[in-house]
Design a protein around this ligand. Structure first.
Ligand code: IPE
Ligand code: IPE
Ligand code: MG
Length: 246
């Protein structure tokens, strides 16, 4: 399913370039619930449904890599019952992914898994192992993820290799460093989408978004629809990406 949309500058229906890597900061669940006088966890439940809907739509329009920010290294500051509710939803949703993204999807989990219970760690490790050779699409799910932690984690692994005499400090290039990030061989983020009206990156994929285009909208994540994603892609197509050139 190709995406054709009216471009801002003409009335023609133009085919849209689909970004290779779209990242979503799934924000606004709490406010969605608050507006309805519901506990925050109801917002997360609704947000999880949106996650599934948007992931499927990305597959339909041919996005190769999709990243979702589910829980940050800073989100542990929240009340325990809210944290527990988010982690339980995560546990429930990951086993279901293969049923709606099909057989060609690789799963990658971003963040330090060792903080979770054995059952959840096993589920994540098994899914990664089982899907590691698939390349139709890669779904990256960030849980207990922080961009700074990602960089520190990579630096630690590289220092181990230097210490063991496997590489020299001079061998460390941006390219090599990138291979040690949680995102492995996944290309950099092209389009970073943050709903909910906040206009910040909140420690998501900070290395990988060095040249990403940012798209902010006031819509709360549970209300975010495929049509809103189309709007973001049209906006992306109107941007002039220069990567430092002219
Ligand atoms: C995003 O929604 C979900 C997580 C951070 C886990 P929030 O829970 O941050 O929603 P708001 O920002 O309070 O509305
Ligand atoms: C970012 O949202 C983290 C996730 C969506 C998982 P937050 O709601 O935690 O970010 P801040 O606190 O507004 O920066
Ligand atoms: Mg928030």
């Amino acid at each position: 399913m190709a995406l054709f949309r009216k471009n801002k500058k003409s009335s023609e229906q133009l085919p849209q370039n689909i970004p290779e890597h779209i990242a979503f900061i799934m924000d606004g669940n709490g406010r969605w619930a608050k507006k309805r006088a519901l506990p925050r966890k109801f917002g997360h439940r609704e947000g999880a449904k949106t996650f599934k809907k948007i992931a499927r739509y990305c597959k339909d329009i041919g996005v190769k890599n999709i990243s979702f920010y589910a829980f940050s290294t800073e989100n542990w500051k929240r009340p325990k019952d809210e944290v527990d509710a988010i982690i339980e939803l995560f546990r429930e949703y990951i086993v279901d992914v293969r049923n709606y993204l099909g057989e060609g999807t690789r799963m990658l989990f971003l963040g330090d898994k060792t903080i979770f219970d054995d059952d959840l760690q096993k589920k994540m490790n098994d899914l990664e192992e089982e899907t590691k050779d698939r390349r139709e699409m890669t779904m990256l799910l960030a849980i207990n993820y922080g961009g700074r932690d990602d960089i520190v984690h990579a630096a630690k692994q590289l220092s181990e290799r230097v210490k063991n005499g496997e590489i020299e400090p001079e061998d460390i290039t941006e390219d090599l460093f990138g291979q040690y990030l949680y995102t492995l061989d996944v290309p950099d983020v092209d389009l970073m989408i943050r709903p909910s009206g906040e206009e910040r990156i909140s420690n998501f994929l900070i290395w990988q978004s060095a040249y990403a285009e940012f798209y902010f909208t006031d819509i709360l994540w549970p209300d975010f629809s495929p049509r809103d994603l189309d709007d973001a892609i049209v906006e992306f197509n109107s941007r002039s990406r220069r990567f430092g050139g002219v």
